[in-house]
Design a protein around this ligand. Sequence first.
Ligand code: APR
Length: 247
Amino acid sequence: MSSPLEDAAHAVAHGRCVIASTGAGISAESGIPTFRGDSGIWKKYPPEKFATIQAYLANPLEVWGFWVEIGREMAACKPNAAHVAIAEMESQKHLHAVVTQNVDSLHQTAGSQRVIEYHGNVRRLVCTRCRHQEPVDLTNPPKLPPHCPCGIVMRPDIVMFGEYIPEGPMHEAAALAEKCDVMIIVGTSAQVYPAADLPFIAKQHGAFIIESNIEETDFTSEITDAFLCGAAGETLPSLAKRVRELS
Ligand code: APR
C-alpha cells in the first residue's frame, strides 16, 4: 500500500546519493524558536535591526548582544529525535550529507559527520580582516566585541542578511544538490535564497524530493514528491525506521 512515508522510505533505501537540507523547523522540538511565524525570532528581534550586515556595521555591540542571547539559548538545547534520525541514516550509509541553514550545531552534536553549514555557526568567531577563526562559548562570552590577535574586531561566523554565502559551503551544497538522487527537505519555510534554490536544483537534476514540515510550503505543490506532514521529531524517526526495514 503506497503512502508518502512508504514512497519516501523506498527512495532513501534505494537511493544512490541522498542528502538532507534542513532549516529551523528541525530544531523546533529541541526548544529553539524558528525564525518566522507567530512566535518566531524575527517577531522579537526585527532582522533589519539585528541580523543585517548594515546593522552590524552601524552598531556591532547591539548585534553582538542579539547573537549572544540566541547563542546562549541554542547552547542550552539538545538534538531531538529528528537530528538523531538524520545522523542514524548517515551512519547506516543511507544519507550522504546534511546541508543546514541552522547555526546551532545540533546536527554535529547528534552525530552527523558531513554537515555543510550554509549560514555559518554561532559558536565560531571570524576576523573581518584576516579571516582568523576561533570557537566561542556564548554561555560565557568574551568581553564584547572580541578582538582578533591581529587587532581587528571579530564577529559571529554567521551569514547576515545582505551577505554572500561563503564560497566553500555554497559550492559544496550546489554540487550535492546536482549530484543527489534523493533530497530530504526538513523544516524550512522556503523563503530565504539562495538556500531555497537547492531543492529546485536537485529537482531539475532528477532527484526525488521528500519534504518534512508541519505545514505546506512553496516547495510542496511545485517539487515535493513525498510530503511527510507533521513534526520532524515524529516523521523522520518513522522514515529512518522504515528505511532500516527495507534495507
Ligand atoms: N517539524 C517540521 N517543520 C517544522 C516544525 C517541526 N516541529 N516546526 C516548524 N516547522 C517549519 C515551519 O512550518 C516553517 O516552514 O519550519 C519552518 C521554519 O521556517 P523559518 O522560521 O523561516 O526557518 P528557515 O526556513 O530555516 O529560515 C531560513 O532565514 O532568517 C533566516 O538565516 C535564517 O537560516 C534562516 C533562514
